[in-house]
Design a protein around this ligand. Sequence first.
Ligand SMILES: [Zn+2]
Length: 96
Amino acid sequence: MNDQHDNKTVDWLEQPRPKYIQTDLGKEKLCIECGEYWPLDHEFWFTYSGKLKKDGTKSTCYEAACKSCYYIRYKPQRLQRPKNSIRSYHEKGCAP
Ligand SMILES: [Zn+2]
């Protein structure tokens, strides 16, 4: 047995990698959370409107973390959902 998996996780953090790469399938973007490249597409990334360009259209910006990592990175509280605290909050609300 070896620890290949662990080494891989550390590697991508230490080596500077380009934010975008060009592949045969098109442009891909690096996710800052999982370190994988994903196609620059609404399917893989959450987007938001960027600056207004000179021609009047807004540029589309992609979040730095891919969709599957987005909530892990930016909204960790959404993933936790502690059952006890929800229940006690509810009970507080119902108490006279
Ligand atoms: Zn990711």
